[in-house]
Design a protein around this ligand. Structure first.
Ligand SMILES: *Cc1c(COP(=O)(O)O)cnc(C)c1O
Length: 389
């Protein structure tokens, strides 16, 4: 199907997913074969070995590329594998400038894996683009950021930072996991690479671990295809199918996530037991104006400081019945977690303190359930934490 010019809601369902030429199957078939017949040596239909290329994976990669407005999609076995592949395109002695608030596993790749390979990383608050310009070194080869960031929901100005990266001749990579292409398209704003954990909103049903990189730069794409094949962290055909299936409803899901999260953020902001709410959709958020400019909606993630510290936070999480106390995010079901103990335990305590990820700091992934049920559930949590304030 010719999908050029179609809207995001249509691309989710159709991009890369023409009906099967052999059978007419409407859903992309799961191609399990590890190898592909060749007419003669080196004469094949575009596939020779499934690590290098697979038809189900191609469909997923094409759909993701269309959604992000990029030319190339490269899928991986996890978000961390996608991140690693991007970083493996650098070499020892290179320097990377990284937003100071990133997914704990991303921090771990920089800090505990690639540092010993000679890759140098500086973490800084990119809220001030001037500080980003000042931190670029002669050996800086990549800028990396998340916006909204995990878990503080900081907003960084993609266009302004992309401009600085461009001046310095350095590519900007944006981890777009929290926003998804439905709400934010970093390539349109000047980023060179978009990275995703498809585990989250893109699949949306908490039953796949996967990742992807999207770019319009042919040279970067060639290198990443080479690394995908060489490092081998590829997603299974079944997982590719699952993400394609999840993507079909990405449009409607994101609308409901945003709708519910906005109501919950306002509810939390007005609650006596809440110290502070972090949600880009609130006027009180420092990045509100930039978010309104670069995003189509503020997303489904909220974090907040609960009064009463660790004992209150623990009681709160234990009392919830609809929100599940679990890591991860972006599924249809609501989740709640304690970053300092759970997702961001690999971030050093002093860094966590500097970022303000304290004992009463909680993160919500607001699902698509009924909003009144969700509010009542949070009331249950507040009730359990009340005596502990
Ligand atoms: C989960 C996550 C990752 C890592 O993805 P995995 O699929 O768990 O490897 C990277 N970035 C962000 C923002 C995430 O939330």
């Amino acid at each position: 199907m010719h999908v050029e010019g179609l809207a995001q809601d249509t691309l989710c369902i159709h991009a890369g997913q023409a009906a099967d030429e052999v059978s007419g199957a409407v859903m992309v078939p799961i191609s399990l074969s590890s190898t592909f017949a060749q007419d003669g040596p080196g004469r094949h239909k575009g596939y020779d070995y499934s690590r290098a290329g697979n038809p189900t994976r191609t469909a997923l990669e094409s759909c993701l590329a269309h959604l992000e407005g990029g030319k190339h999609g490269i899928a991986f076995g996890s978000g961390c594998a996608a991140t690693s592949a991007v970083l493996f395109s650098l070499k020892s002695g290179d320097h990377v400038l990284v937003g100071d608030d990133v997914y704990g596993g991303t921090f771990r790749i920089f800090d505990s894996v690639l540092k010993s390979w000679g890759l140098d990383a500086t973490f800084l608050d990119m809220s001030d683009p001037g500080a980003v310009r000042a931190a670029i070194r002669p050996n800086t080869r990549l800028l990396w950021l998340e916006t909204p960031s995990n878990p503080k929901l900081k907003i960084f100005d993609i266009a302004a930072i992309a401009e600085i990266a461009h001046e310095a001749g350095v590519p900007l990579a944006v981890d777009n996991t929290f926003a998804t292409p439905m709400l934010q398209r970093p390539l349109d704003l000047g980023a060179k690479l978009v990275v995703h954990s498809t585990t989250k909103y893109l699949n949306g049903h908490s039953d796949v671990v996967g990742g992807a990189v999207i770019t319009s730069d042919d040279a970067i794409a060639d290198r990443l295809h080479f690394l995908q094949k060489s490092l081998g962290a590829v997603p299974s055909p079944f997982d590719c199918y699952m993400v394609l299936r999840g993507l079909k409803t990405l449009g409607v899901r994101m609308k409901q996530h945003v709708h519910n999260a906005l109501i919950i953020a306002r509810f939390l902001e007005s609650h006596a037991q809440v110290e502070r709410v972090f949600y880009p959709g609130l006027a009180s958020h420092t990045g509100h104006a930039i978010a309104a400019r670069q995003m189509k909606g503020p997303g489904g993630m909220i974090s907040f400081d609960l009064k009463g510290g660790l004992s209150a936070a623990t009681a709160f999480l234990k009392a919830l019945r609809i929100f599940t106390c679990a890591e991860s995010l972006g599924g249809v079901e609501s989740l709640a977690e304690h970053p300092a103990i759970m997702t961001h335990a690999s971030v050093p305590p002093e860094t966590r303190r500097a970022l303000g990820i304290g004992d009463g700091f909680l993160r919500l992934s607001v699902g698509v359930e009924d909003i009144e049920d969700l509010k009542q559930d949070l009331e249950r949590g507040f009730h359990a934490a009340r005596n502990l304030v």
